[in-house]
Design a protein around this ligand. Structure first.
Ligand code: AKG
Ligand code: FE2
Length: 219
């Protein structure tokens, strides 16, 4: 497998991403993630599903953890840099982290992400990514991996207004190459029921929890 160097996110589009985050709190970029990389990551998700090497996703953390199919129905695998494709993706997110810190002084200091597969019929009800026990999530990213997603495939991600969480701002089809980025504490969002198996990577830039919510100085 060969990849273009140095980064699978187009550097010239970083500025539009940063501007959208500042102006609207979210960004939707089609064709942001390299097609070959999406293909490799998609194969990894499907391979893991086949080997039953994905874990049921849950809500909450530690002793609060619970699987709730009425809230979310995906199965996940936390990225561990095991494959070249994972390393490429994480390296790209590392560059994005650096860019966000330089431009917005967010003090992001680490990134965690998981592969996710929503089987047919699965969804994830409207939620915020930063909640009790996860208050240090600052910026969320979702990269989509399914090539040729049909118009009637379902599984769109809906973004709602912060002040009026009933009001839809946009719907995003989970098509390979699209990258969505948003402020974790402010942007309510939802995954509509999918008609086809749907693969993505959801990830979060975090600030240092040990500082009790105080922003790290930009590095
Ligand atoms: O896959 C998506 O579109 C979003 C997933 C999500 O909201 C999450 O994992 O927190
Ligand atoms: Fe989410």
């Amino acid at each position: 497998m060969s990849y273009p160097d140095p980064c699978p996110l187009p550097p010239q589009r970083m500025e539009e991403l940063v501007d959208a985050l500042v102006e609207r709190g979210f960004y939707v970029g089609e064709g942001m993630i390299d097609a070959e990389l999406c293909q490799a990551l998609h194969a990894e998700v499907e391979g893991r599903a086949h080997q039953q090497a994905l874990a049921r996703a849950g809500i909450g953390r530690g002793s609060d953890f619970d699987t709730r199919e009425d809230i979310r129905g995906d199965a996940i695998h936390w990225l561990d840099r095991e494959t070249l494709a994972q390393r490429r993706y994480l390296d790209a997110m590392g560059e994005l982290q650096q860019r966000l810190n330089e431009s917005l002084f967010l003090g992001l200091f680490e990134y965690e992400a998981h592969l996710a597969r929503y089987p047919a019929g699965a969804f994830y009800r409207r939620h915020l990514d930063s909640f009790r026990g996860r208050a240090n999530r600052v910026v969320s990213t979702v990269g989509y991996l399914n090539p040729d997603w049909p118009e009637d495939g379902g599984g769109e991600m809906v973004i709602y207004a912060e002040q009026d969480p009933q009001r839809e701002l946009t719907r995003v089809a989970p098509r390979a190459g699209t990258l969505v980025c948003f402020l974790s504490e402010q942007v309510p969002h939802e995954v509509l029921p999918t008609r086809l198996p749907r693969a993505s990577i959801a990830g979060w830039f975090r600030r240092n929890a040990s500082l009790g919510g105080v922003v790290d100085p930009a590095r």
